[in-house]
Write a protein that binds this ligand. Structure first.
Ligand code: AP5
Ligand code: MG
Length: 194
């Protein structure tokens, strides 16, 4: 059982590397951003509410985020472990989630903190805006997403550093180089857990 968190600003590579890790290490990939986008597609009540916030780069309230996350875990049990992409995103989410895991005799093993210079994050967003169709991939909303990351999420680097779980990863390199580094870290961790 291995539980990993992917932490980092928008376009730092959380989704890209979450896909590569989950394939290689057979972990269930949970992106709260993807869960909300699926609700938006269904035009469910949560989706309608989420769209208004996401389209402006603002976070979904913690209580709703926790509800949708727990529901998804319950419906998709993964004995090998989970890869949390873009969750937790606030200190409150992290604290509640730590207690939830403790209650289930589980814990977070590793927090991959991905980062690259802001100009690079912005350039990736512009590039993706051409091929994908995310309403939050534009200059104005991206600035808000970055601002919210620094004011609400970045503190989690300290929270997990204090627990000895944080692995900072510079993603300003080719994807293959970054994933080789990440795979080495996870392999070392699985060896020590044996
Ligand atoms: P979410 O979907 O999580 O978006 P995000 O955090 O803004 O991050 P992105 O998905 O844009 O980037 P990423 O880090 O996954 O990078 P990627 O691999 O795609 O959340 C969206 C919204 O949902 C939030 O703003 C919020 O409103 C809401 N939300 C979600 N979770 C929430 C929560 N827990 N609580 C409250 N609200 C929540 O890469 C980006 C691009 O760069 C890609 O095109 C990729 O191909 C490219 N790329 C990646 N790595 C490299 C590289 N090394 N070199 C060159 N290009 C690269
Ligand atoms: Mg993503």
């Amino acid at each position: 059982m291995l539980n990993i968190i992917m932490l980092g600003p928008p376009c730092s590579g959380k989704g890209t590397h979450a896909h590569l890790i989950s394939e290689n290490f057979h972990l269930a990939h949970i992106s709260t951003g993807d869960l909300f986008r699926a609700e938006i597609k269904k035009s469910s009540p949560i989706g309608i509410m989420a769209q208004r916030l996401i389209d402006h780069g603002n976070f979904i309230p913690d209580s709703i985020t926790m509800k949708i996350l727990y529901q998804h875990i319950f419906n998709n049990p993964s004995p090998e472990g989970y890869l949390f992409d873009g969750f937790p995103r606030t200190l409150a989410q992290a604290e509640v989630f730590t207690k939830y895991l403790e209650k289930h005799n589980q814990s977070i093993d590793l927090v991959l903190y991905l980062n690259a210079p802001e100009e690079e994050l912005m350039a990736r967003m512009y590039k993706r805006a051409i091929v994908d169709n995310r309403a939050d991939d534009n200059n104005e909303v991206f600035v808000t997403r970055l601002k919210n990351y620094y004011s609400l999420t970045h503190i989690l680097t300290e929270y997990y550093l204090a627990q000895g779980k944080l692995a900072p990863i510079n993603t300003n390199k080719p994807i293959k180089e970054v994933s080789d580094q990440i795979f080495r870290i996870i392999n070392e961790l699985t060896e020590t857990k044996k």
